[in-house]
Design a protein around this ligand. Structure first.
Ligand code: AMP
Ligand code: ZN
Length: 114
């Protein structure tokens, strides 16, 4: 738990979120500022600052994160496609330094991303 981390506060229940899933390792909730009709976030309970802070010991955890993201996309009916995104570092657009995976869908996406 990092004191000033907004996602740790969600995990602790100090800040409300629309929870979509939780277990001992991970949770998922709706993004507060959706960039697509469906925009969910999947995070580990463990405070990891971002993808570049992952260790070999986190490999099962990250696999679980991706699997949950795809399951939630299916549950949300995103049969036409969806996008899983992890921003690493400020220049990539990371604003919250607690590892999270975006699950976006419900509209056509462009490539390359902005
Ligand atoms: P990133 O820019 O990749 O670090 O993504 C951080 C995401 O967290 C953004 O899409 C924000 O809209 C989202 N976010 C920030 N605060 C909250 C919150 N309290 N509840 C839900 N999502 C949040
Ligand atoms: Zn945190």
């Amino acid at each position: 738990m990092a004191q000033e981390c907004i996602f740790c506060k969600i995990i602790n229940g100090d800040i409300p979120a629309t929870l979509l899933y939780e277990d001992d390792d991970i949770l998922a909730f709706n993004d507060i500022s959706p960039q697509a009709p469906t925009h969910m976030l999947v995070i580990p309970r463990k405070h990891i600052t971002g993808p570049d802070a992952l260790t070999e010991a986190d490999q099962a955890l990250i696999g679980k994160l991706v699997k949950l993201g795809t399951d939630l996309a299916a549950k949300a009916g995103l049969t036409d496609g969806f996008r899983l995104v992890m921003n690493n570092g400020e220049s990539a657009g990371q604003t919250v330094f607690h590892l999270h995976m975006h699950v976006l869908g419900g509209r056509a996406m462009t490539w390359p991303p902005g």
